[in-house]
Design a protein around this ligand. Structure first.
Ligand code: GDP
Ligand code: MG
Length: 737
């Protein structure tokens, strides 16, 4: 029996001191780790850093309830770069691991980091299989066409079930799993891993905290069993990969096929997203993590193997901002995935929204810190200081003309028929391209809001500054000042989102703010078009201020402010100075911020200015306030209807549970859009339902289906409600229910 020392692990530990500078981009991996909460993402990441020699001690996650668990961790880490991007080297490669928060409240952040990675590791809890959030993050990775590998974690636990996880992968996620390993327990119940391709058995030695492991040939009954699995693997892969099929034919069978040829075929199949390799282990018990890291290098693509989309920039620099973080010493830092060119210190850049920026410093992420360098090459991740206007989601380029030319080139390329075969793929591509180039980051609408108060009046300004900073980092956080109640109001994606904001203001800005109760963010829209004329006069400090204004409010989804171009009005309005028009426009739009019914934002409503007479010496501030007031008056007299946030749900459940689920959903004012078979046993139900009816739905679903169903949920817009429901919502908003 030959006992091999597990790979050159110790060598990696020694490399700790020196960090090799420019890696060739073929030796780079940018990956995200996705998981349902508690599957072991943090523990797995911690172990990777440890084995790569980037940390000297093993961090442990102590279990609390899931939400607080998340909060404590983030609090302990102070949400520094360390949790947003970590880098380590492994067998001559550099791996950048970008954080992708798994909770639904952070969909925007996940989306942005998925733009920045080339592949993902999906961690499953071996005792739970595919869970609700697994489905959501999987779908997001699919949308970004990301190759994946799966790590089935917690296989040390007696209730873990590898085969159920594999079944889940194909049934609940429509994936084609390829098992690269098989679990086994020794006489003491310790986890052992059998490797299908190399036909070896790996055992870990816990004295070294799992740093060392032994590889030995198989014996006994496992030989035949694992050989069977190797045949099955080659059989399946050669059905997908022509090169491997040719090798099989040339070898007249499976026995003599070289491992590296199997691995190459697998790598190609993963890149084309035809299969998903599955590895297993126990991060907590230090088993199997090294092979997961090998898997990242062996099967997930390097930057040059993807991102052809950015070819349209030629040699010009282009990068995508996927995160902005606040650092105690260095202030605001921007994390950029460099796609083409080099990001250099001192570079002058332009954002997609046309802001000019200068990069004052460039850092590269290290395990739990970062180091200043002069530049970062294509394929890699850079951390920049000095950018002032950039927000998460922006594309950074060298100039506006570089961006325009790139867009033109891309448009041409995408029309080439040979690149995309299926028409629906084409549409999805177009959407992705739009998203990447969009001048406004696509910010999801807030579905919840709550008031936020500083502990004292003296800290009001500091709190506002803190919120401003947080908003740059996370555009999905909305901050509004409610002139009626005098309160600052936060809008966001959910309870956890708000809690994180509160905890960050405490840890990073040392202000202990109070949050009011969480409420659903209704919107309002005008009930019927209406028009009115008002004359408003006032004397301020001896100066007479007066305006006479005619406004119309009408239904319109796109333009929010327009001028009446007909007859006399056109002549009258053209006499207004452009600057005054801007003031009027601003006032009018601010009149839409709070609807008369529940104070919701007024949408799908256009303000048309018909006529305006302004008295001599009237101040801009008066014009603005008067216009807003008129809009409010028209809204109040014409009346508004409420729009409520609606969620899209996809529920995967066995056929015999469908009727129970649908009966329950019908009590929640849900619309069933589709029920279709997913696999032999499972169906997918597509539903849209008002957010107001979904509190606690995931646990309700678990109860009524005895845990056999799983679901994903995401915001999908706002919808009108009937008069009864509207009345109840208003009562609830006013605190009467
Ligand atoms: P995350 O929410 O995905 O980041 O999961 P964590 O890494 O925070 O892990 C959640 C809980 O599961 C913690 O209590 C961990 O100690 C525990 N855990 C993580 N990995 C394993 C594992 O391999 N085996 C066992 N038994 N527990 C684990
Ligand atoms: Mg975690």
């Amino acid at each position: 029996m030959s006992i091999a020392r597990g790979f050159p692990l110790l060598k990696c530990v020694n490399v700790h001191a020196r960090w090799q500078r420019f890696y060739s981009s073929a030796k780079l991996r940018n990956i995200g780790i996705l998981a349902h909460i508690d599957a072991g993402k943090t523990t797995t990441t911690e172990r990777m850093l440890f084995y790569a020699g980037k940390t000297r001690t093993l961090g442990e996650v102590h279990r609390g309830n899931t939400v607080t668990d998340y909060l404590t961790q983030e609090r302990e880490r102070g949400i520094t770069i360390c949790s947003s991007a970590v880098a380590f080297n492994w067998h001559g490669h550099k791996i950048n691991l970008l954080d992708t928060p798994g909770h639904i409240d952070f969909t925007m952040e996940v989306e942005q980091s998925l733009h920045a990675v080339d592949g993902v590791v999906v961690v499953l809890d071996g005792t739970a299989g595919v869970e609700a959030q697994t489905i959501t993050v999987w779908a997001q990775a699919e949308k970004h066409r990301l190759p994946k590998i799966v790590f089935v974690n917690k296989m040390d636990r007696p209730d873990a079930d590898f085969m159920t996880c594999i079944q889940d992968l194909s049934q609940k996620l429509d994936a084609k799993p390829i098992c690269l390993q098989s679990p086994l327990k020794d006489e003491n119940g310790n986890l052992i891993i059998l490797d299908v391709i190399t036909q070896q058995m790996f055992t870990w030695n816990n004295v070294s905290l799992g740093r060392e492991y032994t590889a030995q040939p198989l014996f006994d009954e496992h030989v035949a069993e694992l050989q069977e699995k190797r045949y099955a693997l080659i059989d399946e892969l050669s059905g997908i990969d022509d090169d491997l099929a040719q090798v099989v034919i040339n070898n007249e069978g499976f026995d003599q096929i070289r491992n590296d040829l199997i691995k190459q075929a697998l790598r190609r199949a993963v890149e084309q997203r035809k299969v998903v390799p599955v590895l297993l282990g126990s991060a907590y018990k230090n088993v199997g993590v090294q092979h997961l890291m090998d898997g990242v290098i062996d099967y997930l693509p390097a930057p040059p193997e993807r991102n052809q989309l950015y070819d349209c920039f030629g040699e010009d620099f282009v990068g995508k901002v996927f995160k902005i973080v606040h650092d105690k010493q260095r202030g605001s830092l921007t994390l950029v995935r460099v796609f083409r060119g080099e990001l250099k210190r001192g570079a002058r850049l332009v954002t997609t929204r046309n802001n000019a920026e200068v990069v004052s410093k460039v850092y590269e992420p290290l395990a739990d810190e970062y180091r200043e360098i002069s530049g970062v090459p294509a394929g890699d991740v850079a951390i920049c200081a000095g950018l002032k206007h950039t927000v998460t989601g922006d594309l950074l380029t060298v100039s506006t003309s570089s961006l325009k030319n790139a867009q033109k080139r891309l448009q041409k390329t995408l029309k080439l028929p040979e690149r995309y075969e299926a028409p629906e793929e084409n549409d999805a591509d177009a959407a992705l391209v739009r998203e990447i180039f969009s001048t406004e980051p696509q910010i999801p609408d807030a579905v919840y809001f709550c008031s936020i108060e500083p502990p004292s009046l003296a800290t009001q300004n500091a709190m506002e500054a803190a919120l401003k900073q947080l908003q740059r980092e996370d555009p999905s956080l909305r901050v509004n000042y409610d002139t009626v109640t005098g309160q600052t109001v936060l809008g966001g994606m959910g309870e956890l989102h708000m809690d994180i904001v509160k905890s960050r203001i405490l840890t990073e800005f040392k202000i202990d703010v109070d949050l009011g109760p969480l409420q659903i963010a209704y919107k309002e829209t005008i009930e019927t078009p209406a028009m009115d004329t008002f004359q408003i006069e006032k004397e301020i400090a001896g100066n007479k201020q007066s305006v006479t204004i005619t406004l119309e409010l009408l239904h319109e989804e796109k333009e929010r402010f327009s001028l009446d171009k007909s007859g006399e009005n056109a002549a009258n309005l053209s006499a207004l100075r452009p600057r005054t028009l801007q003031v009027i426009r601003k006032g009018a739009l601010s009149g839409l911020e709070r609807g008369p019914r529940v104070g919701g934002q007024v949408v799908d409503t256009q303000i048309r200015l018909h006529n305006m007479t302004i008295g001599r010496g009237t101040a801009d501030s008066f014009i603005m306030a008067a216009t807003a007031q008129c809009v409010q008056k028209i809204l109040t007299s014409a009346g508004t209807r409420l729009l409520e946030p609606v969620m899209a749900l996809e529920i995967v459940a066995p056929s015999e549970r469908i009727s129970t689920i649908i009966a329950d959903l019908s009590r929640r004012r849900a619309t069933i859009n589709d029920v279709r078979p997913k696999s032999e046993q499972n169906n997918i139900i597509s539903v849209s339902a008002p957010l107001a009816e979904l509190s606690g739905y995931s646990s309700a679903l678990r109860t009524i289906t005895s845990g056999t169903a799983s679901m994903t949920m995401q915001p999908c817009g706002f919808a009108r409600m009937n008069a009864n429901d509207e009345l109840r919502a208003i009562k609830r908003a006013q605190g009467f229910e």
